[in-house]
Design a protein around this ligand. Sequence first.
Ligand SMILES: C[S@@+](CC[C@H](N)C(=O)[O-])C[C@H]1O[C@@H](n2cnc3c(N)ncnc32)[C@H](O)[C@@H]1O
Length: 245
Amino acid sequence: MPTRRRSARDRARRELGQNFLVDRSAARGLVDLLDPTPAPVVELGAGRGALTRELVHSGRDITAVELDPRWADVLRGSFPQVRVVRCDMLDFRFPAAEHVVIGNLPFGITTAVTRRLLAERSWSQAVLLVQWDVARKRAGGGSQLNAQWAPWYEFRLHGRVPRALVPPGARGRRRRPGGAAPTAPAAAVPRRQRYQRFVEAVFTGRGRGLAEVVRAVTGCRVRGLPALPRDLPVEDWPRLYVETR
Ligand SMILES: C[S@@+](CC[C@H](N)C(=O)[O-])C[C@H]1O[C@@H](n2cnc3c(N)ncnc32)[C@H](O)[C@@H]1O
């Protein structure tokens, strides 16, 4: 391949996080994490089709989103039964009907894609391969983002994909069945934006410790709180919100 063409591809590889899965069993393992429902699937960043190939075997209705025109064309040629949409996954219009999501995400936009997905309402499960540290952070709770979405979503860490088979983390994310959180039903947190503003105010508020910040933000004295916001288990945030209304 001429040097100029090769370097253009190298640049695309870097800029678009094109770390393709090379191991078929790793790809199959990710696809197997999807609920065995016949729901249509949206694949984010399909690349040269490692996950797409396994999805095709599942017999689902598949939409593959890919920004790189070269790989979008390859996907169209290899999988005529798949709807290939060439666009930025951050701009993709998700279907209104219930569906599931899968993707080996480009490293650079993992958090942006996560936020985009969290704001969407029609998917029921997302299986995402991300960096190990990101996966651990999401599944471990303790972040503002986790607490803000705890009444509606549950993050689960499923395991690790060995580095040799490409990027090093895997996680699945699942909407809580029926939208209920274990400590406070979602119905008790009716206004998502208000709840999320409350979590942000507590995470960013001033004070010596969580109890003091909660008092400053809400005027309520709450006993038995841990030292810092990150120490409060995600499932306790909705209860704290309800108790301090
Ligand atoms: C980590 S690779 C995964 C490819 C394939 N699914 C696999 O597992 O081998 C990420 C893919 O997302 C594509 N991509 C990167 N940024 C994108 C964006 N903003 N919108 C859509 N696709 C994007 C890249 O071109 C690449 O094909």
